[in-house]
Design a binder for this molecule. Structure first.
Ligand code: ADP
Length: 246
């Protein structure tokens, strides 16, 4: 079995809390194993200054950041090249489903903070952000969900931990995974259109293994999508009971 006792095709435990923050228009807490992310959404609201407005659609702004205490070695506060790049790829994935044309001249702000990082933070961020956007009532064509799959040693696995990402480099090889290092492939998926909206890769992999990892990643995304739907439905149920009582 894997370092944390999972099967190769098994996701880490997922915890979702929608409306986690009192003061944002929409928010979500998303935990996948030891990776913990919070997202807060503001908007849509009129964009100032005016020259930044798009008369045809809303502008989406995404800010991803890891908190100082989210990684073993204190991270210097503030944006880095990595966080700027991740903010951009996360924004691109979210833009593929948000109906921005419904809100001309407006802005939607998505703030994502990683509280604890154990790999897979860009995928957890997409999941947290899409749940926060849904909580804010932003119209979307579909939910999207994200997870990484890849190859650790000789095994194709779903949802890598940091220890697996470091296999063969900082973590010694063992019999279960076999010889080699790790390759990590984050995937975000739109199940409605059967469309991949984010695909990246860290490492090297043969085509056959890549296709296997993709298949596993999409299976993982579909499972997370179901968890997200359940969490949204649960929240709506609570709201409607409260309203009826009121
Ligand atoms: P992702 O978090 O999406 O997997 P990476 O492939 O860049 O993105 O993985 C980086 C992982 O390395 C993080 O999830 C985290 O667990 C770990 N890490 C440790 N220290 C740092 C650091 N200073 N900056 C970024 N990541 C770090």
């Amino acid at each position: 079995m894997r370092f944390d006792g999972r099967m190769d095709d098994e996701l880490r435990e997922i915890e979702i809390r929608i409306g986690y923050l009192d003061n944002a228009d929409g928010s979500a807490y998303y935990r996948q194993g030891n990776t913990v992310v919070v997202a807060g959404v503001y908007g849509p609201r009129l964009l100032h200054p005016k020259h930044l407005q798009d008369p045809k659609k809303a502008i989406l702004r995404v800010q991803y950041d890891m908190l100082t205490f989210s990684v073993p070695e204190r991270k210097k506060p503030g944006p880095t090249r990595r966080s700027i790049e991740l903010s951009k790829v996360i924004r691109k994935a979210l833009e593929s489903v948000i109906m921005l044309e419904e809100f001309p001249r407006s802005v939607i702000d998505v703030y994502i903070r990683v509280l604890n990082a154990d790999a897979g933070t860009r995928c957890a961020s997409i999941n947290a952000a899409i749940l926060a956007l849904a909580d804010a009532g932003i119209p979307m064509k579909s939910l999207i969900s994200a997870v990484a799959a890849g190859k650790v040693g000789q095994r194709i696995v779903l949802d890598l931990t940091k220890m697996e990402e470091d296999y063969g480099k900082f973590v010694p090889e063992n019999d279960y995974y076999g010889p080699g290092t790790a390759t990590d492939i984050p995937i975000a998926y739109n199940p409605l259109d059967d469309e991949i909206v984010l695909l990246q890769m860290d490492g090297e992999i043969e085509k056959e293994d890549f296709l296997k990892a993709m298949e596993l990643g999409i299976k993982g995304c579909k499972e997370i999508y179901q968890d997200m739907r359940k969490a949204i439905k649960k929240k709506y149920k609570v709201v409607s009971i409260e309203e009826n009582q009121g």
